[in-house]
Design a binder for this molecule. Structure first.
Ligand SMILES: NC(=O)c1ccc[n+]([C@@H]2O[C@H](COP(=O)([O-])OP(=O)(O)OC[C@H]3O[C@@H](n4cnc5c(N)ncnc54)[C@H](OP(=O)(O)O)[C@@H]3O)[C@@H](O)[C@H]2O)c1
Length: 290
């Protein structure tokens, strides 16, 4: 038995099963556990070992990877008999989605029981796992990460290690989701605008897809501007966006459609203009939120 080659996977939902399968296919010895045992069955046929309890799963390997519905589910498992004691001297990589506060509480719990703990956020669907570009955010102690980085690469080729601040992965995941939902709200309004004018909404989706890579690069630039604190105009003067958002709002009103989404961003940009930020880079909008 080579304990370095062993890994336990706790939680066998859509994501956990995928993680266990990737470990199995990489030649590792995998011990699995799930609250409902039936979900482990297909994995047993592929070579996994079923642990009798969550505590046995943790004990089976130096590394346990856990991915359940949320932290409520995770904490229910951590409270099961023998789990905390089994963690002593072992590493838990926790990939369920949660809040920054969840991550901080989990680290405190693991430390109290002598375990090493890394917190992570998976930014891909199960079918996208195991690819060279699969994004997973990880945070926690650097030496703990260094010890398991190679093993985790089996799950995702694009692991972004965010340093030892334990809540960094959860925070960056929320920040990413904020971007996604903000953009999605704008997208849905755009679809409504196109629809209201009798245009092909599927065609609108194609247009959005075509411009998305360059907008990703633009957002990356704006983030660097915010980090630098230097808001001199380099790409896009904020005043242009004051006019553009007002045009979206006016045209939406003229079309007689809902204006909740453009009203929100038009108001933010208008306040930035009132604050005298018009001749700064668009990223200066963050000053309105500070
Ligand atoms: N699926 C995705 O596309 C995706 C993408 C990115 C991130 N994630 C994240 O990955 C995590 C897992 O997602 P999933 O898609 O695998 O979810 P899922 O298919 O719904 O599976 C949920 C898992 O949590 C377990 N669970 C739920 N409540 C529990 C409790 N009270 N006690 C013990 N176990 C409990 C379930 O056990 P039972 O089988 O016994 O119910 C099952 O193993 C989530 O945090 C999700 O946000 C998922």
């Amino acid at each position: 038995m080579n304990p370095m080659n062993d890994v336990a996977v706790i939680g066998l939902g859509a994501m956990g099963v995928t993680l266990a399968r990737l470990f199995l296919r990489s030649g590792r010895r995998v011990t699995v556990w799930n609250r409902s045992e039936d979900k482990a069955r297909p994995l047993l046929a592929e070579g996994a070992t079923l642990a009798a309890s969550a505590a046995d799963a943790v004990r089976s390997s130096r590394l346990a990877v856990m991915c359940v519905y949320d932290y409520h589910a995770a904490r229910a498992i951590w409270a099961m008999e023998g789990v905390a004691a089994a963690l002593d001297g072992r590493t838990l990589v926790h990939l369920s989605t949660g809040s920054p506060e969840d991550a901080r509480r989990a680290l405190a719990w693991a430390r109290e029981h002598g375990g090493r703990y890394l917190d992570g956020a998976i930014q891909a669907a199960p079918s996208q796992m195991g690819q060279p570009d699969t994004p997973v955010l990880i945070s926690g102690d650097a030496s703990t990460y260094a010890a398991v980085a190679e093993v985790l690469k089996v799950l995702a080729g694009n692991i972004v290690y965010l340093g030892d601040q334990i809540d960094a992965a959860a925070t960056m995941d929320l920040a990413t989701l904020s971007y996604v939902y903000g953009a999605f709200a704008g997208f849905v309004h755009g679809a409504r605008l196109a629809e209201s004018q009798g245009l092909d909404v599927a065609r609108f989706g194609q247009i959005v897809n075509a411009i998305s890579p360059s907008f990703g690069a633009f957002f990356q630039h704006e983030a660097a501007v915010i980090q630098s604190g230097d808001y001199r105009i380099t790409e896009s003067p904020l005043r242009i966006s004051i006019e553009a958002t007002q045009r979206i709002l006016d045209s939406s009103r003229a079309a007689g459609i809902n204006t909740d989404v453009p009203a929100l961003f038009t108001d933010l940009l208008r306040r930035a203009g009132q604050a005298g930020l018009g001749n700064e880079e668009l990223a200066a909008l963050i000053k309105v939120l500070r």
